[in-house]
Design a protein around this ligand. Structure first.
Ligand code: FUB
Length: 339
C-alpha cells in the first residue's frame, strides 16, 4: 500500500507542474525545432511525431516519423500557422525509414530542407530538399548528400556567407558506428568510460548547398582547461542535437549531452572550433530527448525546444519557445522550464 501512496503522490506532483511555456501547436506532436527568420517571419522546422505502435527500444525505433510540417509565426507569442505536409518520406527516393530532426537554410533564392533518414540499408544519411517558399512543399534530391552519415544536421550561415553543416548523434543516431575515417561498422558499440568521447562532425557546404565542400571533420569539445571530454563525462560530452549560432562575434555550439541530455553550450573563435564547454542552457529534460535551436528576432534571442507536456510520452513531443538571456560576459543564463 505504501507503493500506491507514493504513486498517487507522484501523480499529484506532476499535475502541479508549472511550465514556463506552452506548446506552440497541439493539433500535431512536434519535436526538435529548428527555427529561422526568413522575410521577417519565424519559420520552425520540427520533427513530426506520431504514434505508430512501434515498441520503444534502445535504437529509437519508436521515433518512426514519416513527414515534416513547417510552422510559422510573425513573432513569438503570435498566432502559429501549421503549413501542412512539407515533405513526405514516400517522395524521398532513397529513404527507408525514420525521418528525424531537420534543419533549413536560404541561399540562391531557394529554401533548403536538410533531414536525416535511414536509407534502404538502414543506415542514417543526410538528405536535402528544395523549395521556392520557406514552408515548402520541398522536392528531395535523388540521393543523400555524398559522404553524409548519422543524424541531426544543423546548417549554419557565417557572416561571410559560407555555410557549414554540423551533425551527428550517438546510439540510435549511429555515430558510434563510424570510424573517424568515415567507415561504417555495424558491430561498433559505445566507447569505454575512460576513452575519449565521440565528437560531433562539421563540414563546409558547396555554394549550391547540395554537397560537402571538404572532408568531414570532428569538432573538438573541451573542458575549460582544454582537455577533450571522456566517455564518462556524461553531463558534458556530446550526444546529439547540434546547433550553431553567433553572438557578439563568438561562435556558440550547443548540443544535448551524454546520457543526461541537457541542452548545454560551448564557445569558440572559429566555425571549426575548438569549443570550450560553458554550461547548461535548459533544465530539466522532460522525456528521454532534448533538442533545441537558438535564433534572434527583433533584437531578442529565443530558445526553441521540446518537452512531453501534452502526452507524457517520450515519442510524442511538443515544441515550445522561450526568451534566452545573455550575461554581459557572453555567458547564457540557464533556463528552468518547469517549476
Ligand atoms: O526526433 C528523433 C531524434 O530524437 C532526433 O533526431 C534527436 O535529436 C532526438 O530528439
Amino acid at each position: 500500500s505504501s507503493g500506491n501512496n507514493s504513486s498517487k503522490a507522484e501523480k499529484a506532483d506532476s499535475s502541479k507542474k508549472t511550465y514556463l511555456s506552452q506548446p506552440l501547436v497541439n493539433n500535431i506532436y512536434t519535436a526538435d525545432p529548428s527555427a529561422h527568420v526568413f522575410n521577417g517571419r519565424i519559420y520552425v522546422y520540427p520533427s513530426h511525431d506520431t504514434a505508430t505502435g512501434i515498441p520503444e527500444d534502445d535504437l529509437g525505433s519508436h521515433f518512426d516519423m514519416r513527414d515534416f510540417h513547417v510552422l510559422s509565426m510573425d513573432s513569438v507569442g503570435g498566432k502559429v500557422t501549421d503549413h501542412g505536409v512539407a515533405l513526405d518520406i514516400k517522395n524521398i527516393p532513397w529513404a527507408g525509414r525514420q525521418l528525424w530532426a531537420p534543419d533549413a537554410a536560404f541561399a540562391n533564392n531557394t529554401y533548403y530542407l536538410f533531414f536525416p533518414v535511414k536509407d534502404k540499408q538502414d543506415i542514417f544519411r543526410i538528405g536535402v530538399a528544395t523549395s521556392k517558399t520557406p514552408e515548402g512543399p520541398f522536392v528531395a534530391a535523388p540521393n543523400p548528400i555524398k559522404g553524409s552519415y548519422s543524424i541531426d544536421p544543423c546548417v549554419f550561415k557565417d557572416d561571410d556567407g559560407k555555410f557549414y553543416m554540423y551533425f551527428g548523434g550517438i546510439w540510435g543516431g549511429q555515430l558510434q558506428r563510424w570510424n573517424s575515417n568515415n567507415q561504417y561498422d555495424s558491430t561498433k558499440g559505445n566507447r569505454g568510460a575512460e576513452e575519449l568521447a565521440i565528437l560531433p562532425r562539421v563540414a563546409p557546404l558547396t555554394s549550391d548547398l547540395q554537397n560537402f565542400a571538404a572532408p568531414v571533420k570532428e569538432l573538438k569539445l573541451t573542458d575549460e582547461k582544454g582537455n577533450l571530454f571522456k566517455e564518462k563525462d556524461n553531463s558534458k560530452r556530446f550526444f546529439e542535437a547540434s546547433w550553431m549560432h553567433k553572438y557578439n562575434g563568438k561562435y556558440y555550439f550547443s548540443y544535448s549531452t551524454g546520457d543526461t541530455h541537457n541542452i548545454c553550450y560551448a564557445t569558440g573563435d572559429s566555425p571549426y572550433g575548438p569549443f570550450t564547454y560553458r554550461g547548461v542552457i535548459l533544465n530539466p529534460v522532460e522525456g528521454w530527448t532534448s533538442h533545441h535551436s537558438i535564433v534572434e528576432k527583433d533584437g531578442k534571442w529565443y530558445l526553441f525546444y521540446h518537452d512531453v507536456q501534452l502526452s507524457g510520452k517520450t515519442y510524442l513531443r511538443n515544441v515550445k519557445v522561450t526568451e534566452l538571456h545573455y550575461n554581459s560576459d557572453g555567458t547564457i543564463q540557464t533556463i528552468n522550464a518547469v517549476k
